[in-house]
Each structure stands twice: as structure tokens, then as C-alpha cells.
Design a protein around this ligand. Structure first.
Ligand code: COI
Length: 354
């Protein structure tokens, strides 16, 4: 596999590469792939244990046309980030949680998964191999994308006979650039997940069905889409790539992770931080009526971090929410990123230095 190099004409490249940093225009980072030098690959036969794997040059992989992932979508992904602190430490945010979530998903999709320790070690090695791609403090983070995919050939419906665990990385900035907050629209046509399905695990198949409604929303000027529950269409569930919260008075509410909502690691961390500063956090069904009456709405996710929602449009009615310096989401965003960036002490033991 040949090392992948950005074309010299890429607007994200600068000629000022040095040993510490790759030649990226850090100020211009968004959320699109910048291929780095190396990736991790390990394989195993179904039911056996994953090998330690190896760090190889980043590049294309070769799999059977009959692979489980290609034919039946037998695959999971994860997302986590590495941050560079002012004193040049590289730190991961709660990688053990991603490892556990991958195992839960693997169980749901009948896949063999790496152990939590193998997962964390592989993430560390991949980040270290790509250290110069971790953005300078305050300029973004290195997004880490672990994939667990059925690469063995399988023609009839069954779990694949072989699995590949792969990790690639890319420096990223903000997922959404709108500084004033997101403009969401409630989807009345499509549903993201249903009871008994795979909405509660990070299956690759959960995401491509979202693209149609996201595309329609964007073409109408919205930043993202808010899905309702499939059973009743009365409760809010999840935004295309992240979890959602509402706040009113001292109460912060978010839909429960009871099968159709992704158990976000940022979601869980924000629940904890909000409780720490005296908010009552309720994980329960949140009706559309409550959404319309909320003072504040915000989204959380690894890619998204914590993002205020400026407006939600529901049946052509646009509701505006509190954003900016006074907003709870601004406070929670700062609390979280200060821990991640080493500005505040990590009293919770969330950060893992590599
Ligand atoms: C993440 O936040 O890591 C996600 O999985 C969102 C991704 C679909 C862009």
C-alpha cells in the first residue's frame, strides 16, 4: 500500500512543514478528510481473537467483493479525538468508552471485536505514528475513526468469516461552522431508528439513510435535521450526527438511550458536567411540545462537541433559542474543552495521555 499524500494543489497544504507539524493550514481546518501517514490494521477469523495488528502506510485496502460489509453492511465505526495541550502532551478523551461501545455494537451485529485493551493500544499507536498531524492547541483535534468491518466473503445472510479492525485519522476543526448556532428542521417524513433496530449502536448502516433528509434540509438552508421517534412521531430523538438536549430553568433533558438513540460519550460527559454545576439532568422521552417551549436547545457529539441550536423549524414554525455567552451550552462547551485541552484539571480521569 503506497503512502497517501495530499495533492500539492490542496488548499489545506502549506509549504512550511517541519518535524513537529505536518504541512497543514491549521487555521482552515473543517471536517473533511486530510489523509495522514499511517493507519492501524488487524484481522481475525470469526470467533477467534484479534492479532495485535500493525501500523501500515495509510492507503486503500483490498477486500472480497462478497465481503459482509459490502453486501450486508456488517460494520461499525467509532469516533474519538486526540488533543495537543499547550505543554505538548497528546491526550485522548475517554477511549475506553469507545472500546466498550464497539463491543456492544459487535455483539448486536454478530461480529468478533478487539478487546478493550487492544482497542485503546491500537488507537494510541495510530495517533503516535501520526503525531505531527495533531493540530496545534486551539486549532482543532485529530479525529480518530476506528472501523470494525466484516471483510470475509459471505453470500447467504450470515456473519462474515473474517473481520478487519482498522483505524485511520484526520486533523479536523469544527463540524459546523455557523458561529451563531445550528438551524435545525424537524423531519416529518423519515425516521432514523426504530425499536429493536440498530439505532443504539454505531452501525455504518445507520448513517447513509440520513443523507437524503440532510440533503433536503441543507438545500432549504438548514444546518441539520432533527429526527422524531418512529413509534409515535411525538418525541425528539437525535440529530443526523449527534445527540440533542433541551434546557428550561434548572432542568436539562435529553432522550434516553433505550435502544434507538446513540449512547454518545460526549452526551454522557455533558450530563455529568451539567449535574456538577447544579442542573437537574433528566434522561427521558422529550416531546415536541417541550422542545417548542424550551429556553435552550443544544447538540453534543464527538465531531460536534457541544453546539448551540439557534432555531428549530417545526411545520414551518421557527422557534428561536438562547445562544451566546449567557447560554448553558456555552458554559458546558467551555467546561468540556478546558478538560480536553488541559486548561482545567481532569478531576474525572477522562483524559488518557499517550
Ligand atoms: C462523531 O461525532 O464521531 C460521529 O460519529 C459523527 C460522524 C457521523 C461525523
Amino acid at each position: 500500500m503506497a503512502p497517501s499524500v495530499l495533492p500539492a494543489s490542496s488548499p489545506l497544504l502549506t509549504s512550511e512543514a517541519n518535524e513537529k507539524y505536518a504541512n497543514v493550514k491549521w487555521e482552515e481546518l473543517g471536517f473533511s478528510l486530510i489523509p495522514t501517514d499511517y493507519m492501524h490494521v488487524s484481522k481475525c477469523k470469526q470467533g477467534e481473537s484479534f492479532s495485535e495488528g500493525e501500523i501500515v502506510p495509510y492507503g486503500d485496502i483490498s477486500i472480497s467483493p462478497c465481503a459482509g460489509i459490502l453486501n450486508y453492511g456488517q460494520g461499525l465505526f467509532e469516533g474519538l479525538k486526540a488533543y495537543r495541550t499547550e505543554n505538548d502532551q497528546i491526550r485522548l478523551f475517554r477511549p475506553d468508552q469507545n472500546a466498550l461501545r464497539l463491543q456492544t455494537g459487535a455483539d448486536r451485529l454478530c461480529m468478533t471485536s478487539p478487546s478493550a485493551d487492544q482497542f485503546v493500544q491500537a488507537v494510541k499507536k495510530t495517533v503516535l505514528a501520526n503525531k505531527k498531524w495533531v493540530p496545534p492547541p486551539g486549532k482543532g483535534a485529530l479525529y480518530i475513526r476506528p472501523l470494525l468491518i466484516g471483510t470475509g466473503a459471505v453470500l447467504g445472510i450470515a456473519s462474515a468469516p473474517e473481520y478487519t479492525f482498522l483505524i485511520y485519522v484526520s486533523p479536523v476543526g469544527n463540524y459546523h461552522t455557523a458561529s451563531s448556532g445550528l438551524n435545525l428542521v424537524v423531519d416529518h417524513m423519515y425516521r432514523r431508528a426504530h425499536t429493536g433496530g440498530t439505532g443504539g449502536v454505531k452501525s455504518c448502516t445507520n448513517y447513509s439513510p440520513v443523507v437524503k433528509s440532510l440533503r433536503e434540509a441543507k438545500s432549504s438552508g438548514f444546518s441539520d435535521i432533527l429526527f422524531l421517534d418512529a413509534a409515535t412521531g411525538r418525541n425528539i430523538e437525535e440529530v443526523s450526527t449527534c445527540n440533542i438536549f433541551i434546557a428550561k430553568g434548572n432542568i436539562v433533558s435529553t432522550p434516553p438511550t433505550s435502544g434507538t438513540i446513540l449512547p454518545g460519550i460526549t452526551r454522557k460527559s455533558i450530563c455529568e458536567l451539567a449535574r456538577d454545576i447544579g442542573y437537574q439532568v433528566q434522561e427521558r422521552d422529550v416531546s415536541v411540545e417541550e422542545l417548542l417551549e424550551a429556553e435552550e436547545v443544544f447538540c453534543t457529539g464527538t465531531a460536534m462537541v457541544v453546539k448551540a441550536v439557534d432555531t428549530v423549524t417545526f411545520h414551518n414554525k421557527k422557534i428561536k433559542y438562547r445562544t451566546g455567552e449567557e447560554a448553558l451550552s456555552t458554559k458546558l462547551h467551555l467546561m468540556l474543552t478546558n478538560i480536553q485541552m488541559g486548561v482545567d484539571e481532569d478531576k474525572k480521569g477522562w483524559m488518557v495521555e499517550i
